[in-house]
Design a protein around this ligand. Structure first.
Ligand SMILES: *Cc1c(COP(=O)(O)O)cnc(C)c1O
Length: 402
């Protein structure tokens, strides 16, 4: 699928304006101007097949009509009554999320990091009330929980141990997938465990089967909270609505983001009623429960709960996985992940090179690690687009090997 159009930005303006951006990360050289489904177009009219979707954010692809219509409708009705009042989309989203998760209370906010900050605050509020002031949060090595100061300290991302030091205290790291290490870390100072069901940014690392179930038992035995960070794995990404459901457990606290808004910034902190213990004034935010953000969340959840949607995610995941496995067999690599959160693990640290080649070939994927390529397509990607993506990827991987 290609479309031609005249460039909408002059080269001189683009160069001048780019110099005004505070760039904290590497960016591609192009400016994106339009998206639809699994396709994205830059200012020159070049088309890209997007198997990244904003790092697992656009669950229904680019600018899905039902989301665009719902947002436009809500924007005309009410943009922002302020956090001093409840609004209708906020009620709809909270009710739907509580019902879908089996948790009781929902706090809507803007980013995954903000939701995780809320989870840590809630665990400490709970520890103060129910566990003699226990405040330490156990997290895992290789984890990613966001980029605020506290979440930088909570994350087990290599290279972040002293990033923006002094580091926020109160986090204890254990190896991921290791139940014995988690058990050893749960002393009287611990209020809760914060863990991803699959480490996404860490390179799509899937723990051994039974890990979450084991953590649930350990948390119950020690009397601490089990908190799942499903900012990346939640909202259908793994073929279940929430990844922890595959282990048949319910966390005490759950955080969501990314796919929750389908491209609109919204995140959520959910908790069991017995755990939800903020006193008035302890938690809030200027944009908490914003009607547009809540509309996005309610719209996405409704789409994911449509009959057959999640089984289609599993089917598409199996299709993508089998294509990746064939490619992996050719190059001595492996495939890991679940549903449509998949990674091709290379025998060599060539992922950044392949990602650049793919970009030049009109395919968007990303490399969370030097030997890992992550694919997080739209959950409703068409089979033709999936096959086309696999074909382009195969070409890029072979070229890089040659
Ligand atoms: C992306 C991500 C976050 C951070 O979300 P932001 O919206 O960027 O703050 C937190 N946890 C996990 C597991 C993530 O993948």
């Amino acid at each position: 699928m290609t479309e031609s159009s005249t460039p909408i930005l002059s080269v001189a303006f683009e160069a001048d304006a780019r110099a005004c951006l505070m760039l904290g990360a590497h960016r591609s050289p192009v400016t994106m101007v339009r998206g639809r489904g699994s396709w994205l177009w830059d200012a020159e009219g070049r088309a890209y097949l997007d198997l990244s979707q904003g790092w697992a954010v656009n669950a229904l692809g680019h600018s899905p009509p039902e989301l665009v219509d719902a947002l436009a409708h809500q924007a005309r009705a009410l943009l922002n009554p302020g956090p001093a009042h409840v609004n209708a989309p906020q009620l709809a989203a909270a009710h739907a999320l509580a019902r879908a998760s089996g948790l009781d209370e929902v706090f809507l906010c803007s980013t995954g990091a903000e939701a995780n900050e809320g989870a840590v605050k809630l665990a400490r509020a709970w520890g103060r009330l129910h566990r003699r002031g226990a405040a330490t949060i156990v997290t895992t090595l290789g984890s990613f929980h966001g980029r605020t100061l506290a979440m930088t300290a909570a994350s087990g991302k290599p290279g972040w141990e002293q990033l923006f030091a002094p580091m926020t205290p109160g986090f204890r790291k254990v190896p991921y997938g290791d139940l014995a290490a988690a058990r050893a870390a749960l002393d009287d100072d611990v209020a809760g465990l914060l863990v991803e069901p699959i480490q996404g940014e860490g390179g799509v690392v899937v723990p051994p089967p039974g890990y979450l179930r084991g953590l649930r038992k350990l948390a119950d035995a020690a009397g601490v909270l089990l908190m799942c960070d499903e900012v990346q794995t939640g909202m259908g990404r793994t073929g279940r609505l929430f990844a922890h459901q595959a282990e048949g457990i319910r966390p005490d606290v759950l955080t969501l983001g990314k796919g929750l808004g389908g491209g609109f910034p919204v995140a959520a902190l959910l908790a069991r009623g017995e755990v939800s213990c903020f006193a008035p004034g302890e938690q809030g935010g200027t944009y908490a429960g914003n009607p547009l953000a809540a509309t996005a969340a309610a719209t996405l959840l409704a789409a994911l709960e449509a009959p057959g949607f999640l089984s289609d995610v599993e089917r598409r995941g199996a299709l993508l996985r089998s294509g990746l496995e064939a490619l992996a067999a050719d190059i001595g690599g492996t495939v890991r992940g679940q549903g449509l959160l998949l990674a091709l693990v290379l025998p060599t640290p060539d992922a950044p090179t392949i990602v650049s080649r793919a970009f030049a070939d009109g395919l968007l994927i990303n490399a969370p690690r030097a030997d890992v390529m992550r694919l997080t397509p739209a959950l409703n990607i068409g089979d033709d687009d999936l096959r086309e993506a696999l074909q382009r990827l195969r070409r890029c991987v072979r070229d890089a090997a040659a």
